[in-house]
Design a protein around this ligand. Structure first.
Ligand code: PLP
Length: 434
């Protein structure tokens, strides 16, 4: 069973070469038996047989001592990299004092985080419902929107991703994940993303909210046409519909601004956050809303609760994460490094159109669209071989995401790009020989 305890593999000093490989086999088998058989098979198929052991910044080492450049950031969780020292220190300090709230006395880290969120989020957003995940943040937004407006319908976008619990899944625009589960939350219409006319036509007097990602992540990094979000904001204001922006993936500097809606100065009524909000150290989610929406809690303070939401450890992590984002100018770093990466990868696409049919994105959220899902899989395998980790898109397996930690040093970014280049060239060579 799990045989990786012990400090001999830490710190890069002869990190566990040898025995780790056999142990990885056992662990993967047990993963298939006790966790997820299909995913275990997929891991094997992709050549993902390493057991992650330790991480620092944009680097991860497996139990056998292999070092990878992490360019997937655990699906946009690791904007600050692995184990950012400021976040780790904040969590440690809280851990040694009061990791869990009484839920009876006022909890300072929770209030401090909510106050900071009110300061850094756009427009009139002020109050936060704190939770642990993106899907929980979306569930909260859907409930609050219905209650505030007294209306029931929601408009979401085809291809959008908002989570997989029963409410958020109804908004997720991929029928594949809904199969066998319907009826879900009723009254959700899906419209083509980026099409303002379709949005205008979908809004009815019974529409409570529009929920959108400012850039669709799991759909494969889909950037809407300029003016789209602003147009949706205008339509919502005209029709008394609440605008929910889901920045679970695009928030915390990933696209070159602290929040992606700030590129167009769009001000949502509700903003959902998670993933990188926990600084890559703890799970934290938030649904941030205007004072009017949160006045619902005036009448019913226990309207929406989750026992461990806003726990002191998570809040300490999130507060430190936001401070790091601002002080280290992570949005600026994402913008600069993203431009460089887009240039290099765009050039690569021009050289190898048989492998890459498109490269697009904003900041360090970049989609590499492969010619087919099979080519995408082959590319992922070649990248793993070269010790670079990218992640596929949940709603489209042909699209890999190049989304390294925003703190990735310039030389490591260049190294990662060179390895992507080599992997693409190899896939092109194999495809030519077939
Ligand atoms: N919203 C968006 C935009 C996401 O990308 C995701 C996850 O990928 C979610 C919501 C769901 O988040 P979680 O997996 O934390 O529930």
């Amino acid at each position: 069973m799990l045989a990786f305890a012990g400090g001999d593999r830490l710190g890069g000093s002869g990190a566990g070469a040898g025995s780790g490989v056999a142990d990885a086999e056992t662990l993967l088998e047990d993963y298939g038996t006790y966790v997820n058989p299909g995913l275990a098979r997929l891991f094997r198929f992709m050549g993902l047989t390493g057991v992650e052991w330790e991480g620092e910044g944009a680097l991860v080492r497996d139990a056998a001592g292999n070092t990878y450049i992490d360019c997937g950031s655990g699906y946009a969780v690791l904007n600050l990299g692995h184990r950012h020292p400021r976040v780790v220190a904040a969590v440690r300090e809280q851990l040694d004092r009061l990791p869990v709230s009484t839920r009876v006395l006022v909890n300072a880290p929770q209030v401090e985080l909510a106050e900071l969120l009110a300061r850094v989020t756009p427009g009139r957003l002020r109050c936060s419902f704190l939770c642990h995940s993106g899907t929980e943040a979306v569930e909260a937004a859907l409930k609050l929107a219905r209650l505030r407006t007294g209306r029931t319908r929601v408009v979401a976008a085809a291809g959008g991703f908002h989570g997989k619990t029963m409410g958020s899944l109804a908004a997720t625009g991929n029928p594949h994940y809904r199969r066998g589960l319907e009826p879900l939350l009723g009254g959700v219409d899906h419209v083509p993303y980026g099409d303002l006319e379709a949005m205008a036509a979908a809004l009815t007097p019974d529409t409570a909210a529009v929920i959108l990602e400012p850039i669709q992540g799991e759909a494969g990094v889909v950037v809407p046409p300029p003016g789209y979000l602003k147009g949706v904001e205008r339509l919502c204001r005209e029709r008394g519909v609440l605008l929910v922006l889901d920045e679970v993936q695009t928030g915390m500097g990933r696209t070159g601004r602290l929040f992606a809606c700030q590129h167009e100065e769009v001000e949502p009524d509700l903003l959902t956050l998670a993933k990188a909000l926990g600084g890559g150290v703890l799970p934290v989610g938030a649904c941030v809303g205007t004072p009017e929406i949160f006045s619902l809690f005036d009448e019913e303070p226990l309207l929406h609760t989750v026992t461990m939401g806003g726990n002191p450890l998570a809040c300490a992590a999130a507060r430190a994460a936001i401070q790091v984002c601002l002080e280290e100018d992570l949005p600026g770093q994402a913008a600069r490094k993203g431009e460089r990466a887009l240039t290099v990868l765009g050039e690569l696409r021009r050289r190898h159109p048989e492998v890459l049919t498109d490269v697009r994105g904003r900041g360090l959220l970049i989609g590499l669209e492969a010619a087919t899902p099979g080519v995408g899989g082959a590319l992922l395998a070649e990248l793993i071989e070269r010790r670079v980790l990218l992640v596929p898109s949940l709603n489209n397996f042909a699209i890999l995401r190049f989304a390294p930690p925003l703190v990735i040093p310039d030389d490591l970014l260049e190294e990662a790009l060179a390895r992507v280049e080599a992997a693409v060239a190899r896939v092109a060579e194999v495809a030519r020989d077939l």
